[in-house]
Write a protein that binds this ligand. Structure first.
Ligand code: DQQ
Length: 558
């Protein structure tokens, strides 16, 4: 066994517990049906319908209000019938976030959802609303199969707010021939800030797969943008054999759409799902002057279920997108997230002039287990996203509103922890729900073990698998065990490991989330996730900080 000589110090461990006292008036809240099983495993931070399958996200549920917060009490007037679709209240969950927008003081989250069970299928656009991105109210599904152009499902899409303030949804319908077509829907009543009812014009579909287009891989339209010529543009994900494509379409009236002669971008990475294309502002320093605009193109890779992005120059006149030369395109590129995060979508929050990113975490187990507990899938916490000041990558952080969930504070400072030691953070109101900020200082970086040449160019997950939470090294593993049982037989490790011998002599910092010990139950979904962290830990004096939102679900922190 290696002699363990390193030590680390926790400078600050601040665990802030949720929930704070909710502000809703419980007496007026409708009573949702509780989930029949395993409520203890449901999330506190993340958006999640009361039951069934989502691909999309989990909105926050507040225990003191029967697990659904009702901030504007006009929601309380919803009847139980209004929570049904077609007279059924069975709704399974899947969950790409769809058509997220801000309208008349209300945030709208639509998401892919199965109203009939906890496995993927029968897909509709479920709908939830919030005034603060924290407390959410479930509304009846907004878009569901009603017509030949979406009879087999209402798949992902986006919302665009037109210059006169009218929101329009563009979504993928699965038609009677199982072709993927793009349809529009408009609010029935623009004076309703909750936008409960949507109308699909008879002229749908507005975009059908043309000759040469793969009709079963043609989906997920982006939010549209208007060029200087007044034409609307949007991008649709597709593939040509193994080549993923972001197909560009143009329209003058949002009704008649024509394909551009060439794709906005493409890559040899299989089907591109859920593309997203949006501007970010560069800092004056990074732009070498007055700042400017870059455009981000994100694609969700169906083959790997990871999301990659580039950013670069977009010429509005020629509709040409050229990623910055320093950025790799494809599987070697920058990932949005190195955890469980897919089918994401951003929107511009016009209330606070920030761009917010939502994504779906596929929290599901075996089909049998999902059916038994009657839910699967959550929405990750909404994040603000922006370009780093050095212009090299995007930066994300949970929206500030999430901090309103912090309740009792627990502070731990100046803890010296030797190799093989641990200490317990006492005093948490709930170990299953905490917002943790920790700062570590490594005593002696010289003890770092060498970064093996075989790991060069490999995925961080492979290194984490080779050097997991139980493999002792020169510096690390150090970090947190979260959701640990009293005897620590069950625990999820969130930890760092430091190697020497990286590029330019820099240390390599590996961060892992290892839930392999999170439960002794069989057949659970317990993937290990990992990333190399872009920090110079030596220059930082051996210090590294971590924020993790712990919630009562197995094996997830973000
Ligand atoms: N989920 C939707 C599709 C999308 C995929 C169907 C991504 O539109 O491509 O539920 O998870």
């Amino acid at each position: 066994m290696a002699i363990r000589t390193w030590t680390w110090v926790v400078f600050l461990l601040l665990a802030l517990l949720s929930p704070a006292t909710p502000s809703c008036r419980a007496a007026e809240a409708p009573s949702p049906q509780p989930s029949p099983a395993d409520d203890g495993l449901r999330t506190g931070y993340h958006f999640q319908p009361p039951k069934h399958w989502i691909n999309g996200k989990n909105l926050k549920l507040a225990p003191r209000c029967n697990n659904v917060l009702i901030p504007p009490c006009s929601f309380c007037s919803l009847t139980s019938e209004e929570r049904l679709i077609n007279g059924r209240d069975r709704v399974l969950v899947r969950a790409d976030p769809n058509g997220v927008m801000y309208y008349k003081g209300v945030y709208h989250l639509f998401y892919q959802y199965n109203p009939q069970g906890a496995v993927w299928g029968n897909i509709v656009w479920a709908h939830a609303v919030s005034t603060d991105l924290v407390d959410w109210v479930m509304l009846p599904p907004a878009i569901y199969p009603t017509a030949p152009f979406d009879v087999n499902g209402c798949w992902s899409g986006s919302a665009t707010v037109l210059p006169d303030g009218t929101p329009v949804i563009m979504y993928t319908g699965i038609d009677g021939q199982n072709r993927q077509v793009q349809n529009v829907a408009y609010p029935k009543d623009l004076s309703d800030p909750y936008l409960r009812e949507w109308v699909k014009p008879d002229y749908n579909p507005v975009i059908a797969p043309g000759p040469g287009t793969n009709a079963t891989a043609f989906r997920d339209p982006t939010t549209a943008w208007q060029g200087p010529d007044g034409l609307w543009r949007l991008v649709i994900g597709t593939k040509d054999n193994h080549r993923g494509l972001a197909m560009l379409y143009r329209s003058r009236d949002f009704k008649q759409w024509a394909p551009a002669n060439r794709a906005l971008h493409s890559g040899d990475t299989g089907m591109w799902e859920c593309p997203d294309f949006y501007p970010v502002t560069t800092s004056p320093a990074a732009a070498g002057g007055g700042g400017g605009t870059k455009h981000v193109l994100k694609v969700s890779l169906d083959l790997t279920r990871f999301e990659y992005y580039t950013f670069g120059e977009y010429d509005h006149a020629t509709d040409t997108y050229v990623p910055d030369a320093a950025l790799a395109d494809g599987n070697d590129g920058l990932r949005y997230d190195y955890g469980n995060f897919y089918a994401s979508k951003t929107f511009l929050d016009t209330a606070k002039q920030r761009r917010i990113l939502w994504g779906w975490a596929n929290e599901s187990d075996s089909t049998d287990d999902d059916i038994r507990k009657d839910w699967a899938g959550v929405q990750a916490v909404p994040r603000k996203v922006w370009l780093s000041s050095d212009g090299k990558q995007l930066v994300q952080w949970p929206v500030a509103e999430i901090e309103s969930l912090r309740g009792g504070h627990v502070n731990v400072t100046d803890k010296l922890v030797g190799a093989g030691q641990h200490f317990e953070v006492a005093g948490l109101a709930s170990a299953a729900q905490a917002d943790v900020e920790a700062a570590f200082q490594v005593a002696d970086l010289d003890k770092a073990e060498p970064f093996e040449p075989a790991w060069r160019g490999t995925d961080a997950q492979a290194v984490c698998a080779a050097r997991g939470a139980d493999a002792r090294g020169g510096v690390g593993p150090f970090g947190l065990w979260v959701l640990a049982s009293d005897d620590r037989e069950e625990r999820t490790a969130v930890f760092f490991r430091v190697f020497k011998g990286g590029d330019g002599g820099k240390h390599v910092v590996l961060m892992c989330n290892d839930p392999s010990m999170s439960s002794q139950a069989d057949n659970l979904y317990k993937p290990t996730f990992a990333a190399f962290v872009d920090v110079d830990i030596a220059q930082a004096g051996g210090k590294i900080a971590l924020r993790t939102l712990v919630r009562g679900l197995l094996g997830l922190s973000e």
